[in-house]
Design a protein. Structure first.
Length: 440
């Protein structure tokens, strides 16, 4: 019996080691694809000068091209979640490897890389790899390990955005990017090997009927909608201010050079990079995820008001406010953790994460669209070197939508916390031990 028990433990250890290796591989795939996706966005946006071509020549608001990228991801996230839920792990690995090969082919065919079809492929590959790694981590990792992996994934994502959209990155991208097809090609080969060596008996494949029922339960689950809306509202400063209006706002309000203004506005992203592991540690040790989301949303609201409306003469103080605000904004990561803890079963996990991801970007698309049209509607007609110049009052009025969104995030976090308290109360009353049960 002891030898048989040891054999079982060894098999479980090998299986767990295999799962960890697959999750490490998927994390690297997602990081690589996100880096190439950011490079593709920078390359395409450089071909379409947003200030002159869109805002001025065609009278379209700034951010229109980036909104198209977001809309593609919003569309592909649910599709990726459905595929991940329906297919076996080995089948998902094969599809992921095929997508990596197609991405590598795009860097060997420059004309195709700048086409709309390649942008569609890149958007689907990125959304699919993200949902795949989250779903696999949710199935094969413990709650604490899933939280730590989640923080690493979001930190890598935010750091990549910080690097790729910085001022100095455009000087380096033309020198070495021609060789970056090697990375996705090698990852594709590793994926094919993993898919071939993964034994069918060790794979988790649920009946389609059970998966469909789990999707229906997910659509009726208020926690998913609350968590997704919270993630979208608290993510607005990172997507709207750091990526779009932060640099021009600082140029208008302060006498900064363009390089300094761009660096300061992207300190929000760097603060979020540091904040994601910090949120994971705090949530792990306090076990108060929803309270932490509520506290961070309130802190973000106060800090964003200071950044937008207080005249700050000290550049060090301004950078500190941006950094602290970025740390508090990283609490959007906890929305995905709340989804994972509210439903630990494997069925329907892909669609749950996909809905949360789509709602996070959907709110950003709405705010970017509204702010773009508001700025253009109140534009005085001032131009400088064929670029539109907005006044400080224009920015102060339009960007007031950002603290409004954060205030709504405070309300949503409170509602989410209330739902969690009610659920815990129902569980405790339902599992109340009888006098005959052992209560120790």
């Amino acid at each position: 019996m002891n030898e048989q028990g040891r054999d079982v433990n060894m098999d479980l250890a090998k299986q767990q080691q295999k799962h960890h290796f697959v999750l490490s591989y998927l994390s690297i795939v997602y990081a690589c694809l996100y880096l190439l996706y950011c490079h593709g966005c920078v390359e395409l946006l450089s071909l379409h000068d947003l200030h002159t071509t869109q805002a001025f020549a065609h009278a379209k608001p700034m951010g229109q091209a980036a909104i198209h990228y977001y809309l593609l991801l919003i569309t592909f996230f649910p599709l990726a979640g459905i595929l991940v839920d329906l297919m076996k792990l080995s089948s998902n690995l094969v599809l992921c490897s095929v997508l990596c090969l197609c991405i590598a082919a795009g860097y060997l065919l420059p004309h195709w890389r700048l086409s709309a079809s390649y942008l569609l492929l890149m958007s689907f590959s990125l959304s699919y790899s993200f949902i795949f790694v989250l779903t696999a981590s949710h199935r094969y990792l413990s709650t604490d390990n899933f939280l730590y992996l989640l923080s690493i994934l979001f930190s890598v994502t935010l750091f990549t955005s910080f690097i790729c959209f910085s001022t100095y990155f455009s000087r380096l991208q033309e020198q070495y990017w021609a060789y970056y097809f090697i990375a996705p090609a090698l990852l594709a080969l590793v994926g094919f090997v993993l898919a071939a060596k993964y034994q069918p008996g060790s794979q988790l494949l649920l009946p389609h009927k059970q998966v469909f029922h789990s999707w229906l339960r997910a659509l009726k689950d208020y926690r998913i909608w609350h968590a997704g809306i919270y993630a979208g509202l608290i993510f607005v400063p990172l997507s709207t201010f750091a990526d779009f209006w932060g640099k021009s706002y600082l140029l208008t309000t302060y006498s900064f050079t363009p390089a300094v203004a761009s660096l300061i506005s992207h300190i929000l992203l760097f603060g979020a990079v540091v904040g994601c592991p910090l949120m994971a540690l705090l949530s792990r040790h306090t076990k108060l995820s929803t309270q932490l989301m509520l506290l961070c949303a309130f802190a973000s609201f106060v800090l964003m008001l200071c950044i937008l409306y207080l005249p700050i003469a000290n550049i060090a103080l301004l950078c500190a406010l941006f950094f602290l605000c970025g740390i508090s904004l990283s609490s959007y990561m906890l929305s995905f953790f709340v989804i994972s803890t509210s439903h630990r079963g494997p069925e329907g996990a892909g669609l749950r994460f996909a809905l949360t991801s789509s709602m996070k970007l959907l709110v950003s698309v709405g705010v970017i669209t509204v702010t773009s049209h508001l700025l253009l509607a109140h534009w005085s007609g001032e131009l400088h070197n064929h670029q539109i110049i907005y006044s400080h009052f224009n920015y102060a009025f339009t960007l007031s939508l950002i603290p409004v969104c954060i205030a709504l995030a405070v309300i949503v976090a409170y509602l989410l916390h209330s739902l969690k308290i009610e659920e815990l109360f129902r569980i405790s009353t339902r599992q109340k031990p009888t006098p005959n049960q052992h209560t120790g």
